[in-house]
Design a protein around this ligand. Structure first.
Ligand code: WT7
Length: 574
């Protein structure tokens, strides 16, 4: 830690010019006053983010969505978004879907994805965004756990929704399908939208009524449904201003997919809440496509992830010089940002990259580097004004500086999850040490209160910034007849942070071959999702386990890295 570089603050004026000063005077009330519910008492984030921009802020003609697929561009203004989301809310009402029911989104990033998301929320229903790459089983698990009544999808993905195996599911709304192809329970999005009225009064709610349900992985069991409420708008607005430093006239591009929390908070709702368009770039990632998008839109504030930065860096320091870029503020999330990336960005763009740390469970940015403060390269700096961070031990005792422990946040900020769907025990685990929310990450603070991230303290894998539970992958692998047992870990990788590596014990009668390896990778890819598929598979005779039969993934990890395996006293006897 002694040897870190310090980068001076970014030049210019920022929304927060002095962190300590700002924290001293901050109350959440200051942010809440920005919303009309503060005086009317009528809450719906869709009203604050969309309708109000048209009705009260004169932004009807301002773009709310700028969608670019690499060739064509679609622009949806706030007035159009208001009308279209009203229509979608009316489509749901006509189907008899009411407040609190779960409606899922299984759509590649597109204006329709955002319009239906807005419509669901406006109707008071709970939206369930799904990453478009999920396959059958991942979709089924999430819809069944939450007893979803409807899902919106595209023609090309509807075969991954096994309606027969999802008893609660009544309606599948399909975008871009021929009517002749529709099953009786399927509804044409285009037809329903054409028939629907564009007038709809938002369903008025309380601040802590649910807004969306996002499934995320832990180290045990299937993914858990993290439930967020309309109150998250306060956290989104605050962090759009303070950590993303967005001001009027700025162009903000968050590259995250709306199927994950960063996308929900910063590719969809965050920009709308501050009255600016969300930029959605479809198609495949290539350095040229991304640089082109940065130039085309004149992006000033850019939010992305270390894996993406590392891929761009691999394309060369000079690549950005071919483009006319206006970048002023860059932020990063999802996995540790290596110092090399920060140094690359300084050379390539002459701009610092600011760490932001948060989780699906925290809803919005929690610990960030800010443009007005120096960066100690490798540190995440401090919690956003309004949130307190501490490093705690197993009993919830706050640890002194320089001691590693649990990265914890004092509970109760606007945007903190309200529940884990159907799983109060799991929810309570996060709050076992009141008043702290325990993140599952390890960190320490230095003497000046800067937070230094050290890694997860469970087996959750972060691959290319995406969160994967080893249990899901292991379970899928052992469904294959050739696999008797499996243990899955994250293996450090220069570009992706980690890749997924599986250790397997073959079932009797099977022998290892390259083909079998490929088959197993494909098996996970088509059953779960491409990002969850192992990139490496190693056959072993047996897996290290505890006496109670739990796979000791830390032993696999250490062995794989050629490190000492540590305490094996709980390892099972032969
Ligand atoms: C986990 C949460 C990608 C969207 C936000 C993540 C890791 C997050 C950082 C960071 C190091 C980070 C943590 C955390 N993480 N931000 N700046 N530096 N690690 O949401 O998918 O729920 O993942 O991501 O391990 O617990 P998520």
């Amino acid at each position: 830690m002694e040897n870190y570089e310090v980068l001076p603050p970014s030049p210019g004026k920022h929304n927060m010019d002095n962190y300590d000063e700002y924290c001293k005077n901050f109350t959440w009330d200051i942010v809440e006053k920005e919303f009309s519910w503060y005086t009317t008492g009528k809450v719906n984030i869709a009203y604050e983010a969309i309708d109000r921009m048209v009705d009260e802020k004169g932004k009807g003609a301002t773009p709310a969505i700028q969608y670019y697929d690499g060739k064509n561009e679609t622009v949806v203004t706030f007035a159009e978004l208001k009308a279209q989301s009203n229509k979608f809310a009316n489509v749901l009402a006509k189907l008899g879907i009411t407040k609190g029911e779960r409606v899922f989104l299984f759509i590649p990033r597109s204006p329709e994805m955002l319009i239906s998301f807005a419509g669901i929320v406006k109707a008071g229903c709970i939206a369930g965004p799904l990453f478009e790459a999920f396959m059958e089983e991942a979709v089924k698990d999430r819809l069944n756990d939450s007893a979803a009544v409807a899902i919106v999808t595209i023609a090309g993905q509807k075969n991954r929704i096994k309606k027969d195996e999802i008893p609660s599911l009544k309606h599948v709304i399909v975008i871009g399908d021929d009517e002749a192809n529709l099953a009786p329970y399927e509804i044409s999005y285009e037809k329903a939208m054409a028939e629907a009225s564009d007038v709809f009064e938002p369903v008025w709610l309380a601040k802590d009524d649910p807004m969306f349900l996002l499934y995320t992985s832990g180290s045990t069991g299937k993914p858990k449904g993290v439930l967020h409420t309309h109150e998250i708008m306060t956290g989104m607005y605050h962090t759009m201003r303070i950590s993303q430093d967005v001001k009027d006239g700025d162009v903000f591009w968050c590259t995250a997919d709306p199927g994950w929390i960063t996308g929900v908070s910063y590719s969809v709702w965050g920009p709308w809440l501050v009255g600016i368009p969300t930029i959605i770039v479809g198609g495949r990632f290539t350095p040229d496509n991304w640089y082109h998008a940065l130039e085309k839109y004149g992006v000033t504030n850019w939010y992305s992830a270390p894996t993406a930065f590392r891929m761009l860096a691999a394309a060369g320091e000079d690549a950005p010089k071919n483009y006319n870029l206006k970048l002023r503020h860059i932020t990063s999330v999802g996995e540790p940002l290596n110092p090399e990336v920060i140094m690359w960005a300084l050379k390539a763009f002459n701009v610092r990259v600011h760490e932001t740390f948060f989780m699906t469970e925290t809803g919005v940015n929690m610990i960030c580097c800010y443009p007005s403060e120096p960066i100690r390269v490798g540190s995440m700096f401090k919690a956003i004004p309004g949130v307190e961070c501490a490093i705690t031990d197993e009993d919830g005792k706050v640890l002194p500086p320089l001691q590693m422990g649990n990265l914890s946040l004092k509970k109760g900020w606007p945007g903190m999850m309200k529940a884990i769907w159907n799983n109060p025990e799991k929810f309570n685990e996060y709050f076992a040490n009141e008043p702290w929310f325990i993140s599952g990450d390890q960190a320490y603070m230095d003497e000046d209160g800067y937070v230094w991230f050290q890694g997860r303290n469970d087996d959750v894998i972060k691959t290319a910034g995406e969160r994967v539970g080893p249990f899901e992958v292991e379970s899928k692998l052992i469904e294959h007849p050739a696999v008797l047992e499996s243990g899955v870990i994250g293996k450090p990788d220069e570009i992706r942070g980690n890749i997924i590596k599986a250790f397997i014990v073959l079932a009797p009668g099977y022998t290892w071959s390259e083909e079998l390896g490929e088959e197993l990778k494909k098996y996970v890819k088509t059953g779960l999702a491409a990002h969850a598929a192992p990139r490496e598979i190693e056959v072993v005779d047996k897996l290290p386990k505890t006496r109670s039969g739990k796979i000791m993934r830390r032993v696999l990890k250490a062995q794989d890295a050629g490190l000492p395996v540590g305490d094996l006293s709980t390892l099972e006897d032969d």
